[in-house]
Every structure is written in structure tokens, then in C-alpha cells.
Design a protein around this ligand. Structure first.
Ligand SMILES: C[S@@+](CC[C@H](N)C(=O)[O-])C[C@H]1O[C@@H](n2cnc3c(N)ncnc32)[C@H](O)[C@@H]1O
Length: 276
């Protein structure tokens, strides 16, 4: 459990906000998140005049930024991706991969972009597997700082996954605050939905205890999955869809069968917001 006394990340003048952490990454690790962003935020990216998407904390190699560009361009051909890393050697290592629409720069939670006063406002900030290495108490201030950098209809996606991207949980936030929590998994690898608990984002992972909404949600998710066991003979996807339909009776889901078929399920943040 995180220390209660940890202050929010600060910046010495001229230094990026935040701390260097482990750079673990993998090709194709974030495909589920990329696909969801393209599907749910593609229209907003298309509407924007000159959309910029930030891959914040892309890690020891630039694969996730390269892939984000390719997947977003299928939905929004004019989008540009800027990879931002707090560790300078990782920026130098990524520079050879720059190309039209893709650049890398040194920075932190201040999200430095071109232009005066911190620069242009990104239509998307994606921070994957970054906040897991910070303290729970720092999350609210980091979220507020990142939200404050977004374009008016911009989106912040912050979450966590396993090494090869089979299990993912992320929070999506607008400039006004958190909106949704998405659970995404390779269904063939799932014993039960609460397998995803170990990938909860920092804001929720310490709250998976009795009395907290996320714990009750995962309990109900597992129960619905167990009740849907007869559908397993039609495949894990049919079982997941049946599970989602049952959950929708008690929890405010924000998506439907089209996304459930992908092994996703999105619930409104208000329903999972930690107590106190
Ligand atoms: C575990 S890696 C994640 C890499 C990639 N996003 C992925 O999911 O595969 C976390 C990276 O975030 C970087 N990082 C941590 N805090 C940061 C900050 N405040 N601003 C930019 N990068 C940061 C670390 O230096 C590290 O390279």
C-alpha cells in the first residue's frame, strides 16, 4: 500500500514533472487500448483541425507510439503522434524512428508541445503502464494536470496491462473528469473476470477490498460469468456477451454488444469511484 505522505509530483524549474520508472514495453502490447481509442474517439480526432495524440511514457523502445500512429490513422488520417518520455536516453533511442506524423520529445506530466504557454492542446493523451509505478495519492493531481492540458473535446486514457497485452484496465477522462472504466481481455485466456483485478489502474487497485465499489463490481462480474457458464459451449465470446447483458441490469454500462464482442466491457466511473 502506498504511503499517505507522498506529495504530488513537482517540477524543479526547467525539469519535467514526474520520475523516471522502469521502461518495460513490448510490441503490440497496447493493441486493445489503441483499438478502443480509435473506435470511441476517432470521430473527435477526425473533427479536430490538426489533431495531436500524445503517447506519454512510451518506455524503453518506441513501439507503442509507432503502433498508436498506425491505428489512429485508420480512423483519423490527419492525426499526429508525439511520444513523450521523461528518461532522456529513451528519447534519443526513439529519434531514429521519427517519420511524417511521429516525433519524440523529452518531458513529463507537463506534456510539452510546440507553441506558447505549454504549447498546443492534445486531442488525446494516452498514459499506459505509467502511473502504476507512482503512489495512489499522486493519481488525482496527475490526472488533474493531464486533463488541464487537453483540447476541449480531448481524452485522457490512463491504465495498465500485462506484459503482452492480454489483460487491460483503463480509465478514460475528459477535461471535466473521469468518465468510464474499461476492462479488456483476450477471452480465451480468461478463467473469470476478476483475473483482471491485478491490472486495475492505480486509482482502483488498492480499492479492490470489501466495502469499495470496484470490489462489488468484480464480485458481480464473476457471478454473472459463472451464471453464463452454459454459454461457454458457444465460445468464450458468447459467454462474455451474456455476462455483460446480465451485469447491465445492475451496473451502468457505457457500451454494448459491438464492443463486448471484442472482449471489452466499459462501466461508468461514478459506479466504481472509490469511497472517501
Ligand atoms: C512501464 S513503461 C511503459 C511503456 C509503454 N507505455 C507501455 O505500456 O508498454 C513506463 C514509462 O513511463 C515513463 N514515465 C514515468 N513517469 C513519466 C512522466 N511523468 N512523464 C513521461 N514519462 C514517464 C518511464 O520513464 C517509463 O519509460
Amino acid at each position: 500500500m502506498a504511503s499517505r505522505t507522498t506529495p504530488p509530483p513537482r517540477r524543479a524549474p526547467g525539469r519535467p514533472v514526474g520520475s523516471v520508472t522502469r521502461g518495460t514495453t513490448n510490441p503490440n502490447r497496447l493493441r486493445r487500448m489503441d483499438r478502443w481509442i480509435a473506435a470511441t474517439h476517432g470521430a473527435a480526432l477526425r473533427r479536430a483541425g490538426d489533431p495531436v495524440a500524445v503517447d506519454l511514457g512510451y518506455g524503453a523502445a518506441p513501439w507503442t507510439a509507432v503502433e498508436l500512429l498506425a491505428r489512429l490513422r485508420e480512423a483519423a488520417p490527419r492525426v499526429r503522434v508525439v511520444g513523450i518520455e521523461i528518461e532522456p536516453d529513451r528519447v534519443a533511442g526513439a529519434k531514429p524512428y521519427e517519420r511524417e506524423g511521429l516525433s519524440f520529445r523529452h518531458g513529463g506530466f507537463e506534456v510539452p508541445l510546440d507553441g506558447p504557454g505549454g504549447g498546443e492542446r492534445p486531442a488525446l493523451i494516452r498514459a499506459a503502464n505509467v502511473l502504476r509505478q507512482y503512489d495512489e495519492e499522486q493519481v488525482a493531481s496527475v490526472w488533474a494536470r493531464l486533463r488541464g492540458r487537453l483540447a476541449p473535446d480531448g481524452l485522457l486514457v490512463e491504465g495498465t496491462c500485462d506484459e503482452i497485452g492480454r489483460r487491460h484496465v483503463w480509465v478514460a477522462l475528459g477535461p471535466e473528469g473521469p468518465r468510464t472504466v474499461t476492462f479488456a481481455t483476450r477471452l480465451g485466456s480468461l478463467d473469470r473476470p476478476s483475473d483482471l483485478a491485478e491490472r486495475l489502474p492505480k486509482a482502483l487497485i488498492h480499492r479492490n477490498v470489501p466495502g469499495e465499489p470496484v470490489w462489488a463490481f468484480l464480485r458481480d462480474f464473476d457471478r454473472a460469468w459463472a451464471a453464463a457458464a452454459p454459454y461457454a459451449s458457444y465460445g468464450a465470446r458468447q459467454r462474455w456477451i451474456r455476462t455483460a447483458r446480465a451485469l447491465a441490469g445492475d451496473w451502468p454500462l457505457a457500451d454494448g454488444p459491438g464492443r463486448w464482442r471484442q472482449g471489452e466491457l466499459t462501466v461508468r466511473w461514478e459506479a466504481l469511484r472509490p469511497t472517501g
